[in-house]
Design a binder for this molecule. Structure first.
Ligand code: ADP
Length: 305
């Protein structure tokens, strides 16, 4: 999505000057988040990066109201215009919020509740009181979206990690969310499972229009997002396109983060005098830039002959 079209979209999540500390064991709780400001627009795909303990999960859980102790919270988190941290939020509003912002966690085993795949996917919408006929349709559609239709009658515990995670995702899609937060949902998967889940996340965003917030440690995953937000010690230190963020190698390094391997390799080639232009954040764009530089050099060499 280009910047212009993104900026025209309505804001779905507006994090305004949020500071947060968990209830103290000591009398002086250390803030986990400090004056965080972040806006997510409808249909955006935003990756959140940060070293362990930088506050990524806490931010996601605050947005999704998974954390319910706001004793040490300041600021506002508006989801679709409603401040989820306000004291007067009702049970009904909380349910509504959980329906519109679904969360997928790291361990697929902890998210599957039923003994048959399709029953698992039906669990959420059934609890919302969706009528039987519509429920059937939602389950079928959700399984198709994640590419798990042929496993509808399988036992979840027999599936691979990537398949289990896709079933967990289907269970949320069946509740028709506007936004999905993935909290390191690929961290426990093998490379194949990771690929499957990343492809599913992209499909949900690009084809179904679902807003995606993806917390990840994988730079290649972040490079595919529309926007990357980097947290360090509870503060946002970078927020922009992957090109912008990965152009700040020193800031990333200071926050304990690497660049995507292809970006690091391309930057090294640049220091050796190779003229690389355009985006250098994905394997494809780096390969394109190197190919272009190589052709240009050949053309020049040909002209000198
Ligand atoms: P990240 O997702 O970036 O690894 P977290 O948001 O999980 O970071 O954690 C940020 C800080 O908050 C860490 O220091 C962590 O120990 C602390 N923390 C996380 N959850 C809790 C909790 N339930 N109670 C107290 N401290 C917590």
């Amino acid at each position: 999505m280009d910047d212009a079209s993104t900026l025209e979209r309505p804001v779905l999540i507006d994090v305004k000057d949020v500071s947060y500390a968990y209830p103290p064991e000591s009398s002086d709780p250390r803030p986990v988040l400090s004056h965080v400001n972040m806006t997510v627009r409808e249909g955006e795909y935003v990756a959140i990066l940060g070293h362990n303990g930088s506050g990524k999960s806490t931010l996601a859980k605050l947005i999704n109201l998974v954390i319910d102790d706001y004793t040490y919270a300041e600021g506002q988190i508006l989801v679709n215009g409603r401040d989820v941290m306000s004291d007067d939020i009702t049970e009904e509003e909380i349910l509504d919020l959980r329906r519109s912002v679904g969360m997928v966690f790291q361990n697929p085993d902890n998210q599957l509740v039923a003994t048959i795949v399709e029953e698992d996917v039906a669990f959420g919408p059934e609890n919302l009181g969706i009528p039987q006929k519509e429920l059937r349709q939602r389950v079928d559609d959700a399984l198709e979206t994640v590419g798990m239709t042929e496993y509808a009658q399988h036992e979840p515990h027999r599936l691979s990690g990537g398949q289990k995670q896709r079933v967990a995702i289907a269970g949320i899609i069946a509740m028709k969310p506007r936004c999905m937060i993935f909290d390191e949902s690929t961290a426990m998967l093998d490379p194949m499972g990771r690929k499957e889940v990343v492809a599913t996340m992209e499909k949900l965003n690009r084809e179904e229009g679902i807003t995606v917030l993806s917390i990840t440690h994988y730079m290649d995953e972040a490079a595919r997002a529309d926007r990357v937000v980097v947290l360090s010690d509870g503060k946002i230190i970078l927020d922009g396109t992957p090109d912008y963020v990965f152009d700040h190698a020193e800031t990333m390094r200071a926050a304990g983060l690497d660049l995507p391997q292809c970006t690091a390799a391309a930057k090294y080639l640049k220091t050796r005098g190779v003229k690389l232009e355009g985006s250098l954040t994905s394997v494809e764009s780096c390969a394109e830039a190197i190919l272009k530089a190589w052709r240009e050099r050949q053309r020049k060499e040909g002209a000198c002959d």
